[in-house]
Each structure stands twice: as structure tokens, then as C-alpha cells.
Write a protein that binds this ligand. Structure first.
Ligand code: AVJ
Ligand code: FE
Length: 436
């Protein structure tokens, strides 16, 4: 891409992210923006000003060398200084002030983008800083959508349903033993935790062709899955007890029918949709009940990216092209996952479907740096989260924008979290010699 192409792509993507941020905050009244809908989330008005604050910090100050616009508000929007639960009590900008602040930042960023170099230092190479800020805003747009899901009151969001499932598919596919390339050193806007590309040699395994559906998950519930400690890890069972888990979040049973609340609408749980709003411990217990296990993060990525015909890893399951509407349910075009078996055009070389989009998929892996990891451009993006506290999720959800999702993209969260758009698929070891 030429410098001009990079600049115009960055401009378009910044504009699209801002339209989404404004739409997600423009559809509710002031009071709704200021109040906290759940202790797990920030008030929407915090997210709104925070995206502008990060944009000012990384683009105007770090890239552009400009002076702080409003140094007195920096600390309010520093995610490390104030945990989410505290944010509603901070002297935050009002919705109107927040909108004005982020618009001013953006105006200056557009000016900077026109004259900014897009090579010469790692921060600006291929427009990296602009890409990072685009992804950051879209990540917060997904977080804001999760806040909408937690909000009480009349529905304010709507979207057409996603595509139906299509054709037939085997329950699981075999990924034979062998090495593949995990992570990337080439993707220009990949974040630090996706780097560098490295070889990983895996034993053979079987992986589900599609995510676990609500019907499958209901069978686990009906088999007493939530009342059988032997299916749960010790920590998982302790959490199940303490939190009183009996079903995915936003589900309940009335007169023998399972219902769910989705962005304010109450509806029967659709049997063929991927299960959503489950925590890692629930995914682990389900897999154990099914006689299976969660895939490791490497297994997920090999099933998604490895092309056995060429020996190389693709950018996305379907190839190197950017996601189209035929490939995946991404970008908040729909406000729910598509039925399992949708998007056959998005299948990987092994025929695995819906790896990208629909629901984030829990993996069994802890969030750690790859061999050769180097924090960039700041330790707080990823490195401070490495260790055994966070589990990795892969593939993005219907709420994830294509720009913030790819075959190498890594998300992470605590194993108890389920307000995120999380589901899973399962795997099992291949028998010795099977496809070896
Ligand atoms: C990658 C989704 C875990 O939301 O905590 C947003 C992304 N980092 N602002 C998060 C992020 C800084 C991050 N996740
Ligand atoms: Fe952030």
C-alpha cells in the first residue's frame, strides 16, 4: 500500500469507528449514559471519552508531538488508575463535554493524518498507531454493546437476523499431527501479543466443525450438569456454587420454556444458535460432560489458519482476503450469532466453520506472550495481563468489528466472566496413529 492508501484507509476506519461509538451512545438518554448498568462495566460516557483520551495520547501526543489538550482529565480515563466499579463516582465529562472533546481530538487527528509519515519508526510504520487507535475504539464499541445487553429498560437497538445455516457438516474434523505457524510478524496492524510468528508442533486432534449450540448446552443442563461437581474443576465448582450459576447469563425458564433477554427483547432460546454468555468454567464443565475438552489456543489457531496444501498460515480461515459478509458475522451488522453451520464460505482449510465472528470462543490456554514477545507500544496493552489469571478467547463475535479481528487476534478475560459475547467449541485428542 502507498502512503496515500494507508492514510485513506485509516481515515475511513476512524470515521466508521466513530459513527458506531456515536450510534451506541446516541440512542439512550443522558441519564442512561452516566449511570452504571453493571459493576462489571463503565458508564457509557466513560468509554466515549476514554476512546478520545487514548486517541489524543497516542496520535496527537506520541505521533504528533502535541501538548496535552486537557491534562486535568488524563487520569480519569486511565483504565489502570480507576477500576470499572469506581468510574461512576469520578468527576467525568458530561455527555455533551465528552462528545465535544472527542470531536476536537478527531479534528486534529485528521489534520495530523494528512501530514504524518507512515514509515520511519515502528509507531508510524504502515500507519500502525492509527490502526491501533481504530482497533481500540472498536474494542470499546464491543464493550459498549455488552453494556447495552446489561441495560434494563425498553429496547433501543435492532438489526436484521443473520444468515441461516447451510448444507451439512461433519460433527468434528481431524487436524493431523504436525507443525504450523502461529502468530504473525507480517500483519501490519497486529498487536504486540500476536507477534512474532513462530512454529508450533501439535499432536493430532479432533475439533468441532461448529460452535456448541444452545440445544447441545440445554442437554447438558437437562442432564443435571450444573449439579454434578464431578464435571467441574475445583475452582469451577466453587465459582458455580458461590455465583449460583444454573444456566447461561440472561437465560431463565418459565412454564417449562427456556427464555433469554437479548438487548431488551425477551425471546425463546433458539436451539440452533451458538451458546452465548457462558464463562470459562461452564465451557469446561460442558466439555467434560461431553467427554471432550476445550481446544488449546494453538489448536484453535491451527484449525483456523493452517493450510495443509501449502504449509502456510492464512490471515483468516477462508484465505487472505478481508472479511466479507459471506465469510463471517462481524461488525454489529446483526445483534446475535448466526445458527451453527452458517457461513460455509468462511470455513477454514480443514472445513471448520464460524471460527471468525458469531461468538468469542474460550480456549483452555492462559494468556501468555509468545516466544520472542516484545511489549509494544505500551506494557499495559498486553504484558501486564500475562500469567495464569486470564484465559484466551479467539475469533471475535457478531459485536467485533472486522478491523479488530483476524486469525491471529487474541482476546482474554477472567474465567468467571460471561457478560462478554463468549461461547466455545470442543476438541479431543486423536488416537495414536489416527491421521499421523
Ligand atoms: C483485549 C478486549 C481484553 O477491553 O480490556 C481496550 C482491549 N485494551 N482498552 C479490554 C482494550 C485497552 C481489552 N481486551
Ligand atoms: Fe481502552
Amino acid at each position: 500500500m502507498t502512503g496515500e492508501d494507508i492514510r485513506s484507509r485509516a481515515y475511513d476506519l476512524l470515521t466508521a469507528a466513530r459513527e458506531r461509538s456515536l450510534a451506541l451512545t446516541g440512542c439512550v438518554d443522558e441519564d442512561d449514559l452516566i449511570k452504571q448498568h453493571s459493576a462489571l462495566m463503565s458508564p457509557l460516557v466513560w468509554d466515549l471519552a476514554h476512546v478520545g483520551s487514548q486517541e489524543e495520547l497516542w496520535l496527537l501526543r506520541a505521533v504528533g508531538g502535541q501538548e496535552p489538550m486537557r491534562p486535568e482529565i488524563d487520569s480519569l480515563y486511565d483504565a489502570f488508575e480507576h477500576p470499572r466499579a469506581e468510574r461512576p463516582r469520578l468527576p467525568l465529562l458530561s455527555p455533551e463535554e465528552a462528545r465535544r472533546y472527542i470531536a476536537t481530538v478527531r479534528q486534529r487527528v485528521v489534520g495530523l493524518l494528512e501530514r504524518s509519515p507512515v514509515e520511519g519508526s515502528p509507531l508510524v510504520e504502515n500507519g500502525f498507531a492509527f490502526g491501533m487507535i481504530v482497533q481500540h475504539e472498536q474494542q470499546h464499541d464491543e464493550t459498549m454493546l455488552a453494556t447495552h445487553q446489561l441495560r434494563d429498560g425498553t429496547p433501543v437497538l435492532s438489526a436484521p437476523p443473520p444468515e441461516a445455516s447451510s448444507g451439512r457438516w461433519p460433527t468434528e474434523v481431524l487436524v493431523p499431527a504436525g507443525p504450523f505457524t502461529m502468530g504473525t510478524s507480517a500483519e501490519p496492524w497486529a498487536l504486540d501479543n500476536e507477534r512474532p510468528a513462530h512454529q508450533v508442533d501439535l499432536p493430532g486432534y479432533w475439533i468441532d466443525t461448529v460452535p456448541v449450540a444452545n440445544a447441545d448446552y440445554l442437554a447438558f443442563i437437562e442432564a443435571g450438569g450444573y449439579d454434578r461437581p464431578e464435571l467441574w474443576s475445583a475452582r469451577g465448582w466453587a465459582h458455580r456454587q458461590e455465583a449460583g450459576l444454573t444456566a447461561p447469563r440472561f437465560w431463565w425458564r418459565a412454564d417449562g420454556v427456556w427464555l433469554r433477554r437479548r438487548f431488551g427483547h425477551v425471546e425463546p432460546v433458539p436451539r440452533d444458535e451458538p451458546v452465548l454468555h457462558v464463562c470459562w468454567y461452564e465451557a469446561e464443565a460442558y466439555a467434560s460432560w461431553a467427554g471432550r475438552r476445550l481446544p488449546t489456543e494453538a489448536e484453535w489457531e491451527k484449525a483456523a489458519r493452517h493450510d495443509p496444501a501449502t504449509g502456510r498460515s492464512r490471515r483468516y480461515p477462508w484465505g487472505d482476503e478481508e472479511p466479507g459478509v459471506e465469510h463471517a458475522n462481524l461488525g454489529q451488522r446483526h445483534l446475535q450469532a448466526a445458527p451453527v453451520g452458517a457461513y460455509p464460505a468462511g470455513a477454514s482449510a480443514y472445513g471448520v466453520r464460524q471460527l471468525i465472528g458469531d461468538v468469542w470462543e474460550w480456549t483452555s490456554s492462559d494468556f501468555r506472550g509468545y516466544p520472542g514477545f516484545a511489549a509494544f507500544p505500551y506494557r499495559e496493552y498486553s504484558e501486564v495481563f500475562f500469567g495464569d489469571e486470564y484465559k484466551v478467547l479467539r475469533g471475535g463475535s457478531f459485536a467485533t468489528d472486522p478491523v479488530a479481528c483476524r486469525g491471529t487476534f487474541r482476546n482474554w478475560d477472567y474465567p468467571i466472566r460471561r457478560q462478554i459475547f463468549s461461547g466455545f467449541r470442543t476438541a479431543r485428542d486423536a488416537a495414536p496413529g489416527e491421521g499421523a
